[in-house]
Design a protein around this ligand. Structure first.
Ligand code: ATP
Ligand code: MG
Length: 254
């Protein structure tokens, strides 16, 4: 199962979700891989891999210099591997333009992994460019994080339109696994209003699990760890564990 975490809007919790959901699925003993497809490398640094020491990374795979197996690395969490990114990835969008079937570079690579992993999560960049298109073309499902704030729904129509174009042209099997509300602040009335509006529009597509605004989630990346290794009892860590159970249940696997 390959799951992209996508929203072209910046700062909505894509990376926080990629890091913490991959960790939470892995602790339930499903062999898991997280792929960082963003040249900002935030998922890589969230797992303690710094830009300067990235070595082989997803960029080399996309431009055909390395096989995907060569760039996979273990993490501190059993059952969880990572493919890091690199700032050079920004150039891949241009370099891929010359490649035949440029939308499928990631899909071709991921297929090489066969059934090594039960879950593969892909952290997308905040754009609808070729890297996000590659991620969606390689995915079975997509999770859309939405920040509980005033402009939450801004851009969502465009993202849904992009997903439907990809379904038509590149990947008929792509499904929206769910919309995830992030940074929910129960002291703020606006959070409740966003939750209400989004559930009214999208019903069952919205995950029941809502991710609270929690300082441990924003602190843990600077320690190079997901929240469950940084503070397992935090509300942030707990909410991503709950999201993992909801996803496993949704796929009738729990
Ligand atoms: P980008 O579009 O730049 O890739 P993103 O969608 O990946 O951003 P994140 O990097 O996950 O978003 O989150 C943006 C900021 O908000 C980060 O500083 C992160 O630590 C913080 N943040 C995300 N989720 C939460 C949360 N639930 N509670 C507190 N802080 C959060
Ligand atoms: Mg990010």
């Amino acid at each position: 199962m390959v799951i992209s975490i996508a929203n072209q809007k910046g700062g909505v919790g894509k990376t926080t979700t990629a890091v913490n959901l991959s960790a939470s699925i892995a602790v339930s003993e499903r062999k898991t891989l997280v792929i960082d497809m963003d040249s900002q490398c935030n998922t890589s640094s969230g797992y303690g891999i710094s830009h300067s020491n990235t070595g082989s990374n997803i960029y080399h795979v996309l431009i055909g210099e390395k096989s995907i197996q060569e760039v996979v690395r273990p993490t501190a969490i059993p059952y969880l591997d990572i493919i890091p990114s690199h700032p050079d990835l920004i150039g891949a969008e241009i370099e891929l333009l010359d490649t035949p079937d440029r939308e499928f570079a990631l899909k071709r690579a991921v297929e090489q992994l066969g059934d090594t992993y039960q879950y593969i999560f892909i952290d997308c960049p905040p754009s609808l460019g070729l890297l996000t298109i590659n991620s969606l073309a390689a995915s079975d499902q997509v999770i859309i994080p939405l920040q509980c704030e005033y402009f939450a729904l801004e851009g969502l129509a465009m993202l849904l339109r992009t997903i439907s174009i990809i379904q038509k042209k590149l990947n008929p099997g792509l499904e929206v696994l769910g919309i995830l509300l992030t940074m929910f602040d129960r002291r703020n009335n606006l959070s409740f209003r966003v939750w209400e509006e989004v559930t009214k529009c999208f019903n069952d597509t919205v995950f029941q699990t809502v991710i609270p605004r929690n300082v441990k989630l924003s602190e843990s990346p600077s320690h190079g760890k997901p929240a469950l290794l940084y503070d397992i009892s935090s509300r942030g860590a707990e909410s991503y564990l709950r999201l993992a159970s909801e996803i496993l249940e949704k796929r009738s696997e729990a």
